[in-house]
Design a protein around this ligand. Sequence first.
Ligand code: WT7
Length: 660
Amino acid sequence: MTTEQSPTLDNLLTESRSFPPSPEFAAAANATADWYTEADADREAFWAKQAERLHWDTKWTQVLDWSNAPFAKWFVGGKLNVAYNCVDRHVEAGHGDQVAIHWVGEPGDTRDITYAQLKDEVSKAANGLLSLGVTAGDRVAIQLQMIPEAIVSMLACARIGALHSVVFGGFSPSALRQRVDDADAKVVITSDGQYRRGKAAPMKANVDEALDGAQSVEKVIVVRRTGDDLEGDVPWSDGRDIWWHELIDAQSADHKPEAFDSEHPLYILYTSGTTGKPKGILHTSGGYLTQAAYTHNAVFDHKPGQDVYWCTADIGWVTGHSYIVYGPLANRATQVVYEGTPNTPHEGRHWEIIQKYKVSIYYTAPTLIRTFMKWGAEIPAKYDLSSLRLLGSVGEPINPEAWMWFRENIGGGNCPIVDTWWQTETGAIMISPLPGVTHAKPGSAQRPLPGVSAKVVDDTATEVGNGGGGYLVLDKPWPSMLRGIWGDDERFKDTYWSRFAEQGFYFAGDGAKYDNDGDIWLLGRVDDVMNVSGHRISTTEVESALVSHPTVAEAAVVGASDPTTGQGIVAFVILRGDAAKAGDEAIQELRNHVAKEIGPIAKPRQIMVVPELPKTRSGKIMRRLLRDVAENREVGDVTTLADSTVMDQISKGLSSGSDD
Ligand code: WT7
């Protein structure tokens, strides 16, 4: 990457909109501007103060041991029980009747679970796991949809010191098997079936297919969710399989949580890397919980007992781990957990839920926001969303257009928006506005949080100046950092610590730049940054420009190899309803629009109108596949697509605008 300021990136530097928090919001905010100075003055003291928000059975003797870098130890010598911190202590403090979870099933069934009830459920599940011989350090794989038992299972593991490895409910049998084998899971927890878009689909059958011949698995616990709605019998393996309600309901609700070492492993979560083999990201207890709870408190300005919080992620991803389970529950949140898809049975489902439960904090992903845009602003307009007071976004850079749409149409023009940058590996939010402090800029994650240190550096590890771009690195250890890749220390060092080994920087894999105020703009993964005629252009920037055109609903941009310019920009766009049949003229207009927004260098070589974009189940666009199309290659492996037919739809329906 080059470091001089690229003229093609200037559009991001000209973002002049700025949204300060209202005086009322700022006055009542949990996190204040002096947190930055306090943390800068003594980072370890700052983190120790955050750790003190938790209950420790034994206090630590050292905040950070970095002597064996990159293997960190935080709160050395401290002991705590993560589940006790998330559940029991709130009950003991007199909040047993507070609702922890307003659960909404896709078919419309609901359950409210108080902290006292959650304590009983988690204790029973812990006793159930113990009765199967699960002990501290064992691995339990969980493949469940968004039902309360998923959260209960995770907390039950944490309570007895077993590691959970949650596998997204939509993952294929082979993906599950790969993860079960890699972690040597002793127990698998799943359900009979799951509701998806109004239908009951089998789950246990897939798990059985996955586990055929799996050596490590002794028991499979099955939650009955779809019951008689599911066609056909639930396949059953006597001696191995056991119903959740038969095992757990019969258990005692008394379980005394044991205090574990601060560095006791809490969970493994697999994430994809550059090779085909997923990486088992390992998180531990004290530091992870400290930062998950701290960020949930500071970034979402969460007020226990007052706010109703909703994070729309799935527990199959790290967002669900940190911002549905550990952060919110450690902070005694009342939260909504929704089982289904956002358009079942209708496209206003989220707004209906916000209205019903008076949700005040709503945390979601840009891809969903753009989907809502596509469905139309008239849908949320039908609901009372006035309970909302803060909005959040995570997962990819949020286009300024989507940010503005979110602010106006969901936030009623007066909610702070926090654009939170972090990764499975970081465990918790790292870069984000502070909602009562930061003057928000649409599209920028802005600054590292108090206590966190990040830099944008060039190839030589030198920090770039304002207006410059380069690699995003984390130059100081943080409490919720990954402690390794399960079973593969070398890969851990290679993947994250070798690029800037000399400096000891963690390389996040993202490109980023500073604007003229020194605010950070994420430019996407480094491999998503294109190089056209020696100029660096982010796919995100071109996508933002395209989406800012009134006819475009969604856009994905890739760099395709080009004999003249190195890479040429190829865009795939989904047009809005009435524009969908646009001809060549409209496509030319779009190319000119991008040229106008960013500069002639960013004018797409080609724009293809498509009915859908290839996305993973977590909503990430699979640019690799689009690059195959753009470079006229046979399309590669599509097994991780949420909808494997998308690539066929794209090649069948291509209409393209080409070179001038
Ligand atoms: C990658 C991590 C963090 C939970 C969800 C994804 C991208 C994440 C942002 C943001 C720009 C973002 C980065 C990062 N990313 N949040 N606010 N702005 N990019 O977790 O699957 O581990 O992915 O997502 O590229 O490296 P993940």
